[in-house]
Design a protein around this ligand. Structure first.
Ligand code: GLY
Length: 377
């Protein structure tokens, strides 16, 4: 059995056990080895849904399908109650839950729910500043003019809505935001800002900064990972070669800085000593993103071997050194993720998005299953 298949079998077994453990609740990050659960109010709740759909695709076992459909019903409810949707992560939430159901089952109600989600995300577009506001209400003093690189993974929801409806406004907003992110969040040396501020009245660029990174001018490894995958996805939808090139530049920067065990620390600029925290989730996102990027490069691309080597090294280390294989009672799949080291919030724990992207990358390596960022041919 391949290493990837062994890892998938272990992940499927743990996800199966977690269905009963979690019931109607959703895992977020862990504390003392147990996932903290919530009643569908976090930005992360789509990842559990996505894991269930991936396990269903792999096993065809109805237990996963039923559990996944229950999560979509919960997302319907969240939309109806307008609960905790006042941020841009609507793309993460509804791409991996209702959009996944539409992709797998062509369920009309799931499609309609996903279109409602796209409209909610559109409502965060600020025409004067020409960006999608990440956090807070319109006019918010601190966050009103702020974008973050993570949003690149929310844009596929808008591209998808354009494809489903023919309404070009969805695509136009996604492209405006992707272009702005490319211009201001990606630096000349191929590193990235986590966040950037604009004047909300006229869109004038103000300054780069961070929220979860080591410093305003540092490179938070998970932000770089969101950029690698997100720009590759914007390329998939638009075929604008600048997005592919941006994904490649960010990937090169990331892979040239892999540490001795090939899984990154939480920030490329954090001083490294025996106490420095890792972020296994950043390496998992990057692995899934590299698979997307590689799928768009010609077979003879000069950097293909370098990217493939980085992917193999990252995934092999995640499976051998970070996965909970051999710990049947463990809830999470990947140890040593970090949510916010600087805030002391889950600095060395399971992250549900780390588990999701690890499983997505494994499924892609083993079976070619791409996840739910876009419709499958
Ligand atoms: N998108 C939030 C995070 O990566 O922590």
């Amino acid at each position: 059995m391949s290493l990837w298949k062994q890892a998938i079998e272990d992940a499927v077994q743990k996800t199966r056990a977690n269905i009963e453990r979690y019931g109607v609740l959703f895992p977020h990050v862990s504390k003392d080895g147990k996932y903290l659960l919530n009643a569908n109010s976090e930005w992360t709740d789509g990842f559990w849904s996505g894991m269930l759909w991936l396990c269903y695709e792999y096993t065809q076992d109805d237990i996963f399908k039923q559990a996944a459909e229950r999560t979509v019903a919960s997302f319907r409810n969240r939309m109806d109650e307008n609960k905790a949707l006042d941020h841009h992560d609507i793309g993460f939430l509804y791409s991996l839950s209702s959009k996944a159901q539409w992709i797998l089952e062509q369920d009309e109600a799931a499609k309609q729910l996903t279109l409602e989600a796209a409209d909610k995300l559109m409502a965060r577009y600020r025409p004067k500043g020409r960006y999608i506001q990440a956090w807070g209400r319109e006019g918010d003093e601190k966050n009103g003019g702020r974008i973050i690189i993570d949003c690149m993974l929310n844009l596929p929801l808008l591209y998808w809505a354009y494809e489903q409806t023919g309404n070009t406004a969805y695509r136009d907003v996604a492209i405006i935001h992707a272009d702005k992110s490319r211009r201001f969040l990606v630096r000349g040396d191929d590193s990235s800002y986590h966040t950037f501020y604009f004047d909300p009245e006229n869109g004038e660029s103000l300054r780069g900064g961070t929220h979860q990174g080591y410093g305003d001018g540092s490179t938070w490894t998970r932000g770089q990972a969101w950029g690698i995958y997100g720009f590759a996805l914007s390329y998939y939808y638009t075929k604008n070669p600048q997005y592919l090139e941006t994904s490649l530049r960010l990937a090169r920067y990331f892979l040239e800085r892999l540490p001795e065990d090939d899984v990154v620390y939480w920030d490329f600029d954090a001083p490294v000593n025996a106490e420095t925290k890792r972020d296994s989730s950043a390496s998992a996102i990057t692995s899934a993103g590299l698979l997307e990027l590689l799928s768009h490069l010609p077979a003879d691309h000069p950097e293909r071997a370098f990217l493939e080597d980085g992917l193999q090294r990252s995934m092999t280390s995640l499976v051998n050194n970070y996965a909970t294989i051999g710990q049947p009672e463990a809830e999470g799949l990947l140890e040593h993720g970090s949510y916010s080291v600087r805030a002391g919030n889950a600095p060395d724990d399971y992250m549900i998005w780390g588990d999701y992207y690890y499983l997505e990358a494994l499924m892609r390596l083993e079976k070619g299953v791409t996840g739910y960022w876009y419709e499958r041919a």
